[in-house]
Design a protein around this ligand. Structure first.
Ligand code: SAM
Length: 272
């Protein structure tokens, strides 16, 4: 396990550390990210989402769904079911290992306030077609899918390179009756071109896997022709490495991007 994964896993399992980290993040987003949109009246809805980050949701759909979604996350965290990680472009054969569903969930899943922000984004922007790169065990996808269900319209297409993990995500969506979610198994470079073209136009894309400079640039370019005008792309881990900082700086200044917001760890763009 990398140092980063160990820290993430430890924080995920320590309630006090997690609360502090998340409350700092939420405060920063509410204050700085929403202020960065001042002077753009056409971003009022988006600013509303950012101003609600870390707050108790007033949306009845969120009040109904969040306890169910977090209860399922708790079940996943407790699960000792094995996941065999296969060799991939980002793991070499010597690293192939078996972990538990609980470990996979603790290592990779977005935290509850970020997931709630995703839920709020979907409820507010009402996208018809959403795409997620990096299903993991289905935690962020279940928030996206639940928000689409609450909207009464829309579908989520999520893709994952590890077969055992993708299967766990499918079980998550089944357990939560989220029939609006479809999981594709395969490496992004193999699945994305066909998937993006098939489900186009995409109104919301969450890029939450393979956080490296060149792949992120490539995925941005592959997704762009399939995005709808005004579509939203959300990138995770934009500040993780020098390379990610570089690619995020380029994406946010791209001439095809209309609005870019820095949420410290996440970067959001709205396309022209
Ligand atoms: C950070 S996790 C996703 C977390 C998930 N969105 C959540 O919050 O519940 C990233 C996932 O992307 C997958 N992944 C990373 N690089 C990939 C690639 N090149 N192709 C396919 N899957 C990839 C990993 O196996 C991992 O499960």
């Amino acid at each position: 396990m990398s140092i980063r994964q160990s820290v993430k896993s430890a924080v995920a399992r320590s309630p006090a550390a997690r609360r502090l980290q998340l409350s700092l993040w939420a405060t920063t987003v509410r204050r700085d990210a929403s202020a960065s949109l001042d002077g753009r009246p056409d971003t009022e809805a988006l600013r509303g989402v950012l101003r609600r980050v870390g707050r108790r949701p007033s949306d009845p759909a969120a009040q109904e769904w969040v306890p169910r979604l977090e209860s399922h996350r708790a079940t996943l965290l407790e699960s000792k079911a094995p996941i065999r990680l296969t060799e991939t472009a980002w793991r070499d054969a010597s690293e192939v290992e078996v972990i538990t569903v609980g470990e996979a969930c603790a290592r990779a899943s977005k935290n509850a306030p970020s997931c709630l922000m995703l839920f709020d984004l979907i409820r507010t922007m009402r996208p018809q077609t959403c795409l997620e790169m990096g299903s993991s065990v289905g935690v962020s996808g279940s928030y996206l899918g639940a928000a689409l269900k609450a909207n009464g319209a829309g579908r989520l297409f999520t893709t994952e390179g590890q077969p055992d993990i993708a299967q766990t995500a499918r079980e998550t969506f089944r357990a939560l009756d989220l029939d609006v979610v479809e999981v594709t198994t395969g490496m992004f470079d193999d699945t994305l071109p066909e998937l993006a073209a098939r489900v186009s136009p995409i109104d919301f894309a969450f890029i939450d896997g393979h956080h490296q400079e060149e792949p992120t640039r490539r995925y941005f370019e592959v997704l762009l022709p399939s995005m709808s005008p005004g579509g939203i792309m959300l990138f995770d881990d934009i500040a993780w490495s020098e390379g990610m900082r570089r690619v995020w700086a380029q994406i946010r200044q791209d001439s095809r991007v209309d609005v870019a917001v820095d949420l410290t760890t996440l970067g959001l763009v709205r396309l022209r």
